[in-house]
Write a protein that binds this ligand. Structure first.
Ligand SMILES: C[S@@+](CC[C@H](N)C(=O)[O-])C[C@H]1O[C@@H](n2cnc3c(N)ncnc32)[C@H](O)[C@@H]1O
Length: 214
């Protein structure tokens, strides 16, 4: 489901500052050589992440779901001099390429790239994380939130991508609702009912839940 008229999306992109050369290269390589290129945040959403990070100037960022490194680089652009971003991905097939992108952009010292299952790694991380981007397996969004909420300080921001799941969250026929959709419906409801946070569901691309810890 397209939430917005494609012409309007095109207009929004044309009025969003261009990506730098490295981000363009990551997009090109992801689209031509990597499975499921739709997973990349891309120009419009990437710029949103970058500007938000630049506004917050987070000392520590956590990302779940690195993929080809696009969103990690966008978020890292907002780190202050001493800041760090930790990004986790279970898929080690992309490691060499992603490390190459981080090195090419001069992010090797800024980005801690961890390979493994986020569910197992999250409890080992200390934090505090001022900004978190949840973009890994949808089935675990609620578990990720439970594991990280105590590592986020008051005023910290958690973003969760794909929470509208191409509009499937509006399906009413129980039989047609798959596991991922069910998990995202539960996550959105859980956030809405959690008195420790305030939140806004933004209809950006595939839907992004923005959560602020009170
Ligand atoms: C939507 S992509 C991330 C896109 C990336 N954030 C971007 O915007 O360019 C999701 C990624 O989550 C990873 N993933 C899935 N399950 C995971 C898990 N349990 N732990 C860590 N990473 C996982 C996948 O390997 C995939 O690379």
């Amino acid at each position: 489901m397209e939430f917005t008229d494609p012409e309007l999306v095109d207009y929004c992109e044309k009025h969003t500052t261009e990506e730098d050369a490295l981000l363009k290269k990551i997009t090109r390589i992801t689209e031509t050589r990597i499975l499921m290129p739709r997973m990349i945040s891309g120009h419009f959403q990437g710029k949103f992440l970058e500007l938000l990070s630049k506004m917050l100037r987070p000392r520590q960022i956590l990302e779940l779901g690195t993929y080809t490194g696009y969103s990690a680089i966008c978020l890292a652009k907002g780190l202050p001099a001493e800041g760090k971003l930790t990004t986790i991905d279970i898929n080690d097939e992309l490691e060499t390429m992603v490390r190459g992108f981080f090195s090419e952009g001069g992010y090797t010292d800024k980005i801690d790239y961890i390979l493994g299952n986020a569910i197992e790694i999250l409890p080992t991380l200390k934090g505090p994380f001022d900004l978190v981007f949840i973009d890994a397996d949808k089935i675990n969004y609620s578990n990720y939130f439970d594991l990280l909420i105590d590592k986020v300080p008051s005023g910290g921001i958690i973003l969760a991508d794909n929470v509208l799941w191409s509009g499937k969250i509006l399906l009413r026929d129980g039989k047609k609702i798959d596991k991922d959709t069910r998990a995202l419906l539960a996550f959105n409801q859980k956030i809405q009912e959690d008195s420790r946070v305030e939140n806004v569901l933004l209809p950006i691309r595939d839907g992004m839940m923005m959560v602020r810890k009170i």
